[in-house]
Design a protein around this ligand. Structure first.
Ligand SMILES: Cc1cc2nc3c(=O)[nH]c(=O)nc-3n(C[C@H](O)[C@H](O)[C@H](O)COP(=O)(O)OP(=O)(O)OC[C@H]3O[C@@H](n4cnc5c(N)ncnc54)[C@H](O)[C@@H]3O)c2cc1C
Length: 335
């Protein structure tokens, strides 16, 4: 439920040195009669998170404006082209699969098998797991995956790591325990053979977490291993988008939302927020010289964008958000 909350910065007793957002239901009642005036929600960012929020807010009857800064001429040169973003859609992406059904579009390929090649040639072949008899996890993933060149001893050296994968329950304690070391150290501590690491896991991690193992957190690595190895056998299956996500999914999706009253404004890079002094709530979203009034704001941007806005803008300097110390904070859904 991203939609029906008013954002109020406040001090939290749980994180005494920190910041949290109190959420208030926006639907108001006066003398028992529902206030029919539509509440305005400004969504900042039109990636998956922003469009997803806008989609549900529109359906719930809010007046939604999406501000997208990516086409700002100044930042255009810094833009990552659309086609380097999300292209693979894994089996558990139920929301996205039901969305494309709702939009009545067919952007995806069929379920696809995959393979991994090292400099020496074909290393690993992954089947379409949902087509095979389901075995208890992680047996299905381990049994059906074909290692073409890697000797059995090297493969067996991965088994001790499974204990850490099971131990990693995604809690704050687990993150604190494993986040302080890198994936490289994790693999070394759990006795991975050099070959298994170099030819299989390090390249796979670069696909999953977009960085080599010595730059990845061990906690993030265990999280992804849990996700693709332990959770469910068929979670590793995926489809591809048959073109850019922007053309194949976002454009028809935005047209659908426009037809339901959602407004999309491009070249609107959010730079600041103004607060209502009485309520302490955000009342306006600032994009350079323009301001947009809002009853609620959804910030569907990355954490560094949030930090930059807060760091650079005087109206927000009082917040002093210690982001690294807020455990499990899913800011997109909180704000
Ligand atoms: C190379 C690459 C490959 C990937 N491949 C996959 C994959 O195969 N499968 C998968 O599931 N995921 C993949 N991902 C991850 C996936 O792309 C992201 O998880 C997803 O795009 C995140 O969506 P988002 O809406 O949270 O953020 P974003 O897509 O980053 O959207 C944020 C939006 O906010 C806008 N914005 C930023 N600052 C402001 C501001 N101040 N004012 C207004 N607007 C602003 C940005 O322009 C942007 O449009 C990949 C990522 C990369 C980089």
């Amino acid at each position: 439920m991203l939609g029906c909350w008013r954002v109020t910065p406040c001090l939290s007793s749980e994180y005494t040195s920190g910041f949290c957002c109190r959420a208030n239901n926006l639907q108001t009642h006066v003398n028992g009669v529902e206030n029919k005036k539509k509440k305005k929600v400004v969504v900042v960012g039109s990636g998956w998170a922003g469009l997803g929020a806008a989609h549900h807010l529109c359906k719930q009857g809010f007046e939604v404006t999406v501000l997208e800064g990516g086409n700002d001429p100044e930042s255009r040169k810094m833009l990552i082209p659309d086609d380097v973003g999300i292209h693979g859609f894994w089996y558990p992406y139920r929301n996205i699969f039901s969305l494309v059904d709702e939009l009545d579009i067919k952007p995806f390929t069929n379920w696809t098998s995959s393979a991994h090649y090292s400099g020496e040639g074909l290393e690993v072949e992954f089947p379409i797991f949902q087509d095979l008899t389901q075995l208890p996890t992680p047996l299905g993933t381990l049994f059906y995956t074909q290692f073409v060149r890697l000797p059995l001893l090297d493969r067996l050296s991965s088994l001790p790591l499974m204990a850490a994968v099971v131990d990693f329950d995604n809690t704050d304690t687990a993150w604190r325990k494993y986040d302080s070391i890198t994936a490289r150290e994790l693999f070394r501590q759990f006795g991975f053979s050099q070959r298994l690491y170099q030819d299989v896991f390090d390249p796979l991690l670069q696909v999953g977490l977009f960085a080599p193992a010595e730059q990845c957190s061990a906690a993030a690595t265990l999280g992804i291993l849990y996700y693709i190895v332990l959770a469910h056998q068929k979670d590793f299956d995926f489809v591809w988008c048959r073109g850019t996500v922007r053309d194949k999914i976002f454009k028809p999706w935005m047209d659908y939302m426009r037809a339901n009253g959602c407004e999309f404004l491009e070249s609107r890079r959010v730079t600041d927020f103004l607060f209502n002094e009485e309520t302490g709530c955000i009342s306006e979203v600032v994009c350079g010289r323009e301001k947009y009034t809002a009853d609620a704001v959804v910030l569907a941007v990355g954490i560094s964008t949030l930090q930059d806005i807060i760091k650079n803008r005087h109206s927000l300097s009082f917040l002093q958000i210690p982001f690294p110390f807020i455990p499990d904070a899913d800011w997109k859904s909180v704000l």
